[in-house]
Design a protein around this ligand. Structure first.
Ligand SMILES: [Zn+2]
Length: 453
């Protein structure tokens, strides 16, 4: 068996790992490169292996940095099955067409303002191509071991990162390999903790998004209670830029709990993001896979005003009474939240609460680091609103939580490969695994190929 690293090396995006077993090629994750330009350009390069020669894709979870290249791979000749859990497919149904739509928007924008070197600029794939790709998905239950090709078995194990997320155990007669996917938190408010893998894999491929960091221990209930009460007292609006999948549902649940305890007044809550609304519906349909009951999901649903159309979204900006607006994107890098920021950020009475990881270079990162003005759609807005950062609500385990999960393996593996981290974070994770667990470990290079014996 051979393992080649086609992505997720030196960056947190573009996760793709190729397993060659006998004459079969299997791709674990098929992520889009995101972030800085040099990395994004890889989405446009020729794929390192012939996509038509790949037998199947196995998907750890729905986030685009793990799934977003699938429609492009199909365009270039891949036609095999794509295996994942049911909830992962439900989320891909939302995320992939949206990604295609955004690719088309970008191409249209580039053509209109003529800033692309390519004439005309083309999308990586279209919304229609993304919808078509969903026909190749095949769902499996957690813990259901199935034979993908003769002699090679796969099992999805819950790993608590987002709905449907899995660590993959791949077994042949002579070799076991564990892919962590993205690992969740030990004590998340709504997701179950990552399940221990009671096996001894020969090889482990582990993520390192937070390889060099521990999460802050801010109590999200306490922070939101204080911020909401203070802002209401001043007659302001609380704006929460949030990730559509996962964090939005957590924030809605916390607000619901605070209201039930009468810790905050019963002010209206608006969810202004069609994608977050769809993700909340999927979240409620799969209530058996997280900590909330069907009834709690129903209460969140009932207590939230869903804003679907652009007209409703524009009308929201005219609201003069205290309210909570949750809107994507989570780092304020695009989406409807920008329109709210433009209206709200220059008034002292309002508050903006960022939730989870804020990538360098985003507006969320600038604002949580004390920026005094922010540029939106070509114009600068002074920041007078109070700005907060709830980092403790991240969907990624920090290095300490990942070490705890790894340490539950029955024996150390022969080798651990650290991936899916920026270079500094990946190397810090390597040192933690080497020093704290005493395991053999290294950080592989892009396109490196290793033989697994
Ligand atoms: Zn993820």
């Amino acid at each position: 068996m051979k393992l080649q690293f086609l992505g997720g090396t030196g960056t947190v995006t573009g996760s793709k790992y190729l397993i060659t077993y006998q004459d079969k090629k299997i791709l674990v994750d098929c992520g889009l490169y995101q972030g800085v330009k040099n990395v994004r350009l890889r989405n446009w390069q020729q794929f390192p292996v012939n996509p038509a020669a790949i037998t199947a894709i196995i998907l750890t979870h729905a986030h685009l940095d793990h799934s977003g290249y699938i429609p492009a791979l199909i365009k270039h000749g891949f036609s095999g099955p794509i295996y994942c859990t049911k909830a992962t497919l439900a989320l891909c149904n939302i995320l992939l067409p949206d990604s295609g739509f955004l690719q088309e928007e970008d191409a249209r924008y580039a053509n209109k303002y003529k800033f692309s070197k390519h004439h005309p600029a083309l999308p990586l794939y279209t919304e229609a191509e993304a919808r078509d790709s969903l026909k190749l998905f095949v769902t499996k239950h957690y813990h259901e071991t199935f034979e993908l090709v003769t002699g090679l078995q796969i099992t999805f194990n819950p790993v608590g990162h987002i709905l449907g997320s899995s660590a993959l155990l791949i077994k042949t007669k002579n070799c076991k390999i564990l892919f962590s996917g993205d690992v969740g938190r030990n004590n998340d408010i709504i997701m179950q903790a990552p399940e221990p893998i009671k096996e001894r894999p020969d090889y482990v491929v582990v993520e390192s998004t937070y390889g060099d960091r521990r999460h802050e221990e801010t109590d999200p209930y306490q922070l939101l209670e204080v911020v909401i009460n203070q802002t209401v007292k001043h007659g302001g609006i609380i704006l929460i830029p949030a990730f559509a999948v996962g964090r939005t549902q957590t924030v809605l649940y916390i607000i619901h709990q605070l209201k039930a305890k009468k810790a905050i007044p019963d002010i209206p809550v608006y969810l202004n993001s069609p994608m977050a609304i769809s993700a909340t519906e999927v979240f409620c349909q799969h209530y058996k896979e997280h900590k909330l009951s069907k009834e709690e999901c129903h209460l969140i649903d009932k207590g939230t005003h869903f804003i679907r159309t652009a007209e409703e979204s524009i009308a929201l900006n005219n609201k003069k009474f205290p309210a909570i607006i949750i809107s994507a994107s989570g780092m304020a890098s695009g989406g409807r939240v920008l329109h709210h920021l433009k209206t709200l950020v220059s008034h002292q009475k309002n508050s903006v609460v960022f939730v989870g990881f804020q990538a360098p270079g985003t507006r969320g990162d600038a604002m949580t680091h004390g920026a005094t003005q922010i540029k939106i759609h070509g114009q600068y807005y002074p920041i007078k609103a109070s700005v907060y950062h709830l980092d403790s609500l991240s969907a990624h385990g920090d290095y300490y939580e990942i070490l705890h999960w790894l340490n539950q393996l029955t024996q150390p593996p022969k080798m651990t490969f650290v991936t899916h981290g920026e270079p500094v974070a990946a190397d810090a994770m390597r040192l933690h695994i080497q020093d704290d667990l005493g395991w053999p470990v290294r950080v592989p290079d892009y396109l490196e190929c290793v033989s697994l014996k």
